[in-house]
Design a protein around this ligand. Sequence first.
Ligand code: ADP
Ligand code: MG
Length: 319
Amino acid sequence: MTGEFDLIERIRARVLSRDDVRLGIGDDAAVLAVPAGLHLVVAMDTLNAGVHFPAETTAADIGWKALAVNLSDLAAMGAVPAWCTVSLSLSMPEADARWVDAFLDGFDALARMHAVALVGGDTTRGPLSICVTVHGFVAPGRALQRGAACAGDDIWVSGTPGDAAGALRQWRGGGAIDPDLRARLDRPSPRLALGDALLGIAHAAIDVSDGLLADLGHIARASGLAAVIELDDVPASPALRAAFDADVRHQLQATGGDDYELCFTAPPALADVVRQAARDAGTPVARIGRMGKGAGVSARLAGAPWAPPGLGWDHFAVP
Ligand code: ADP
Ligand code: MG
């Protein structure tokens, strides 16, 4: 059993430092130097055991994912991350130094990849839950917003949607989980380089946490437009193709959450510019549909309308 202050000290001893952190972990609050001329971009996401990750997920994977889902929100704004805070609610088996060290293995590995400094947090006892806030910067007026799509825009998506949902489906089915799919569920890659590269090119953007159609629906609603995607054009990973027949795969790709890919819109005239930006960012993208006048989001498959069984995961949906 390790005391709260010992746990905090273990965290403090490991975290990355940055020059703009004038006062980090250890005082009543952090003091941070915001660069002149930039706007601060802030996001927060909570992961609850059994809700946002299978209860047997390793501490290191939980650490990675808790930060990744937050960095993904900054990526969707085109912001560059700088700092984060983390609130750890730990129950008995977790509240020991070994669990926190393993949690930090995952958290810190991702933080260092993106030069993010952990500057403070809170440590309490309770059901296992991790709440992270991230702070980043964007030039004034440049952030990629959900409501900025235009009629006629192409709809794009990064990566291979459906992989994380495929892993979850295999997990719920009780059988073996494909390691490639599992990696995409446990260790999503926040698409920060792509978000940054799309500034001034993309109109609207969102990260796919609840499902491609559900999240694209947010862009459509906020922009006052309709969205139509072609399921045939949504890239599928070899692992997803191998694990599921086409019907299930299409459902996973259209409605499965947890991929943390970017879905964005851009004028068709900029398609080559989008492709070049994606190459520069080292992130594959595919053009999957079109924004138009009207409302709502719909999918087509082999030239015919495709009806989704549901529009993705909604915490407050009545079953
Ligand atoms: P206070 O009682 O003033 O809120 P705490 O005892 O909660 O202070 O925290 C002491 C210091 O440790 C603060 O700087 C806080 O930001 C930091 N801290 C606490 N828990 C964490 C954590 N899980 N991760 C990072 N920093 C933490
Ligand atoms: Mg406190």
